[in-house]
Design a protein around this ligand. Structure first.
Ligand code: GCB
Length: 647
């Protein structure tokens, strides 16, 4: 018996080592900027000067090199808050619907020692800007990045002014144009019939159902590190009995040799275990595992991994970086999703980064409000539909034990030309960047590579096979999914995923008004998918629009009563199937959100169970009751949450 246990433990450690052979294909790390005894940070949030390039070819800014002087010298500028989408800030509909380059600028005075101290590295980081960005500092280009939802950064020592009192001018040009090869894809259509459209009229077409908000959406900041610094850290965790294992790898830049001390510290500030090698396995006795919210009395337990690096040689500089670490495992069988070897049932939501005025801009009051609502609801999980969310949000998930399906921006891939090599190459790069950023979050339990692509098209099979294989090679420790619509027969991506995620809108987009078809169609959906693939299934979207305050009995579409009934009928089927292989249900959507204007949308998508202002519709109470009941059945409620807070 003892020997068997020992062998099993050995195998686990070997597995941890094997998992680490996966190498990210990007040159450098993308650690979240944190202050420490060796690192300083200066946020550049607030008001920036802003100017949209309204020239017919949107190229005036480049032709006149607006980055070479102060933006206000090039023409009229307005105040623009950062972070925020620019679309809803003014009263100008042409700015709301603007497509093309917009220019942001602000000046900053860096602390003198950042410039004079030879040993300091100064980095400019943009949390995200949608979609394509070019960055100049004092007129010199320092960065260019494609993709609207992931961070990018540049070392800027070489372009800072030598005189510390001279402000440093940062110019960022951002373009929201989507093409067939961007993620998400889109296309520009010129309307050339002059009897119908004015000169130069064009539209941006997309195949996704949310407003293409644009601008600088997440914090911009400057931070410092010593010249020899911790560039990246990767952790993979496991446990056996009471012992946790943290396999780590630290990559260092700026010196060929350095000494390292890695210390794991518990919540009380006690050192649990330490090591002085750049990679290895830390053994944690009496481990506190990371558990999801409502599955354990102490969810979201995080250790701190302090990495202390000292450059060998002349300079005595030290770099210190502290990474939160949650110890947990994720596994999938043909019928179950296991966290720490216990069956986990996703009772959660799909979200959007979306709110009044800010659009997709990061906003702390909104983030905290949303987490309070998730907890009120008894939700234990969400999917980052349909793009990676801010790191600040994932950190909240880590701390509160909210489980995340982390989705890349592969949404609306409907045109066959978006399955070509250029699109695939970009999609692979986005997965590289996403996993580089999010690999250490214990809350992230699965990667989603796409939402409802045209998976029936002939090139889809090879496209998704390559994409999913690549994702698994980057991170063999997490399952991968791909979110399908309910038509199992035409799906070419499903054979390669670990968990089937299915969206369906019975009695809404099909058989509108016929609630009586839901049970039979939903049962068939589950039987078909599981029969064909024998994999666990998550109902990754279901729901109905409800315009708040609109009522009818008998229920009619768009009323709060209809939304409630749709949910209840779906729930009855989930209750049968969750005894078999359904491992989760995620409502579409947490809150109402903005979309492009169109005849099926009433100032946005109204499938939220909360309004866009985060007030509950009737359906929210149905879901709250259900989620707390599910938590009582499937989890172990923390003592302080035994009773929902509204009682
Ligand atoms: C879907 C999409 C989601 C839409 C939703 C709807 O299948 O994945 O982006 O917003 O349906 O409400 O139509």
């Amino acid at each position: 018996m003892a020997r068997a246990a020992q062998t099993s433990r050995m195998l686990r450690v070997l597995w941890l080592f094997a998992a680490f052979d996966a190498v990210l294909l990007l040159d450098n790390g993308m650690l979240f900027p944190r202050e420490s005894s060796s690192r300083e940070l200066k946020e550049l949030n607030g008001l920036w000067a802003f100017r949209a390039d309204r020239s017919p070819n949107r190229n005036q800014g480049f032709e006149e090199a607006w980055f070479k002087r102060r933006l206000e010298e090039t023409g009229p500028v307005i105040d623009m808050p950062v972070p925020a989408s620019y679309n809803d800030i003014t009263q100008d509909s042409t700015l709301r619907d603007f497509v093309g380059w917009v220019w942001y600028e602000r000046e900053v005075v860096a602390p003198a020692h950042w410039i004079t101290d030879e040993g300091t590295r100064v980095v400019l980081r943009v949390g995200s800007a949608h979609y394509y960005s070019i960055v100049w500092v004092n007129g010199v280009k320092v960065a260019e990045h494609e993709g609207g939802h992931l961070p990018f950064e540049a070392e800027i020592n070489g372009v800072l002014h030598e005189k510390p009192t001279t402000p440093c001018r940062i110019t960022i040009a951002v373009n929201n144009t989507l093409t067939l090869n961007t993620l998400p894809p889109g296309s520009i259509q010129y309307m050339n019939d002059r009897t119908m459209y004015p000169d130069g009229f064009f539209v941006q077409n997309t195949n996704f159902d949310f407003f293409n908000y644009a601008g600088i959406h997440r914090p911009v900041l400057l931070y410092t590190t010593p010249k020899t610094y911790v560039d990246d850290i990767t952790v993979v965790t496991d446990f056996f009995d009471n012992t946790g294992f943290v396999r780590y790898n630290v990559s260092v830049q700026g010196a060929s040799s350095a000494t390292l001390k890695v210390t794991l510290i518990d919540k009380k500030g006690q050192c649990v275990v330490s090591s002085n090698t750049p990679s290895g396995v830390l053994k944690v006795t009496d481990v506190n595992l990371w558990w999801p919210y409502l599955m354990h009395e102490n969810p979201g337990y995080l250790y701190s991994m302090e990495v202390r690096l000292t450059a060998v040689g002349g300079s005595s500089s030290e770099d210190v970086y502290t990474l939160p670490v949650g110890i947990r495992t994720v596994k999938v069988t043909s019928t179950q999703f296991l966290i720490n070897n216990k069956p986990f049932y996703f009772h959660g939501v799909n979200k959007h980064e979306d709110s009044d005025f800010r659009g997709k801009g990061l906003d702390w009051p909104l983030i905290v409000k949303d987490f309070n609502l998730l907890k009120w609801l008894g939700a234990n999980s969400f999917r980052t539909s349909h793009y990676p969310y801010a790191e600040e949000i994932l950190q909240m998930c880590d701390r509160h034990g909210i489980v995340v399906i982390d989705e890349c921006p592969g949404v609306g891939i409907k045109d066959i030309r978006s399955f070509g090599n250029a699109s695939l190459a970009h999609h692979l790069t986005v997965m590289d960047e996403l996993i580089r950023r999010d690999k250490n979050h214990p809350s992230v339990v699965m990667w989603s590579v796409a939402n409802e692509p045209a998976a029936e098209m002939p090139p889809a099979e090879l496209y998704f096979k390559t994409l999913i294989k690549h994702t698994k090679s980057l991170d063999p420790t997490r399952p991968v999914t791909f979110v399908s619509d309910s038509n199992y027969a035409r799906d070419k991506g499903a054979p390669f995923v670990d968990v089937i995620c299915v969206n369906s809108y019975f009695s809404w987009y099909h058989d509108p008004g016929h609630l009586e078809v839901i049970s039979i169609q939903l049962n068939s959906q589950f039987d078909n998918w599981h029969g064909k693939y024998q994999k666990p299934i998550i109902q990754s979207e279901y729901g109905a629009d409800a315009v708040p305050g609109v009522h009818s009995d008998p229920p009619m579409m768009f009323t709060e009563e209809y939304q409630k009934l749709v949910l209840q009928i779906y729930h009855n089927v989930f209750d049968q199937k969750r005894k078999q292989y359904v491992v989760g249900e995620l409502i579409w959507n947490f809150a109402d959100f903005m979309t492009a204007q169109g005849i099926t949308r009433v100032v946005g998508n109204k499938k939220g169970i909360f309004t866009r202002q985060r007030q509950p519709k009737s359906a929210a109470f149905i879901l709250k009751e259900r989620y707390w009941r599910l938590a009582n059945e499937t989890g172990r409620l923390p003592l302080w949450t035994k009773y929902p807070c509204s009682l």
